[in-house]
Design a protein around this ligand. Sequence first.
Ligand code: SF4
Length: 447
Amino acid sequence: MSCNIQVNKNKMEKEKAYIETWGCQLNYHRSEKIAGELDDYGYEIVENLDEADLIIFNTCAVRDKSEEKVRGRVGQIKNERKEGSLLGVGGCMAQHLGKDLFEKSGRIDFVFGTSNLGEIPELAEQARLNGQGSSVPRPEGFENLPVLRKSDYFAWVTIAEGCSNACSYCIVPQVRGPLRSRPPGEIISEVRELEEEDYQEIQLLGQNVNAFGQEVDENEVNFGWLLNKVAKTGIPRISFTTPHPKDLDEVTLTAMNENPSVVRQIHLPLQSGSNRVLKIMNREYTREEYMDKVERTRSMDPDINITTDIIVGHPGETKEDFRKTLEVIEKVQFGSVYGAQFSPRPNTRSAKMEDHVPEEEKKRRLQLVLEKQKEYSEKRDSRFIGRTTEVLVEGEAREDGAVYGKNEFGETITFPGSREMIGEFKEVKLESTDHGRLVQPAREETL
Ligand code: SF4
């Protein structure tokens, strides 16, 4: 869409913009791009909603609950908003509902989609002049926008947008569009800039991150190849999210194995341990193929932290199917599990199936997953007691005089320290597994 509205980028007094975000890391990084765009345009980005002239809600649509939360929040801020302020709602929920959002709430001034973040300033001006503005184009291409990063030591780098898979329960392909890999040259330049700015960790992002390059007609352009290239820069730590088990290949495993800067963690969403349910979900792997990938990953590094997602109560999941999921959890012994009860998303194939697992039973199954996992997380943690690990400090912990951060296995570690350590690597010796990890510093060394 193009708006024929002339806007004044050099207003004498800066207008203030506030951004609130729901959802995954990709969405939080998109909010950094929205902030970059608005800052470039002349807005001052503020932390308090009540001082803002422009309020942006960057939303998620993966679960029903996230949409409900946004709707609730739109009503809730009614009395907090400054008089005359504008509210723009965008991202996945807006892509999904489009102009219907106006009908569902009389308090939204403009709506934007998932691939037109660059249009936000124009849409705000349009809403100010005409009362409402909306632009929700089909998601395509890549937006090269300035980024206003929240952190000066950790940075997200998007390598791919969208997803070309068709998991039966997932709304992402509808709202984010098909896989679009970013040109490798652009990715490497961004990483090089971050290296010059002394960033300590970068995280490569994609809805299905290891599908990178699959739609490109060049054989060698794939995720493992890119990971190798990025690891050859001087960035001390590199992580990535979220890979798909079916796309995990030897090139990626070798790149992880040969580059010490790559985090020893891999998130492999299992979703179900039953082949019957995996087929209904259209996950494109079997339980045996999944286990084979786990074995290959562990044969490279037995300590690698494998984490996962599980959906319980998908339509068609019997007690026997669920038992098979628990069996895989027991066999793999994941570092952590993100469990969710199935909730139908509109216009997905799963939403049209008969949802015969009662809510109470879904709850029971989720509880069993979490209990089983707790046992294995503690078992894994206790294996590391007495070892020294390297933590990139992220912030002050809830406990007085303590800080937290992630180690080389992507695990959160809490230890005595102060805010001056934020953004630095510290070597710490793990002493107990109380409340996750309670540890003492081994050396006060900065890498
Ligand atoms: S891989 Fe499946 S679950 Fe993941 S974003 Fe794509 S369609 Fe959704």
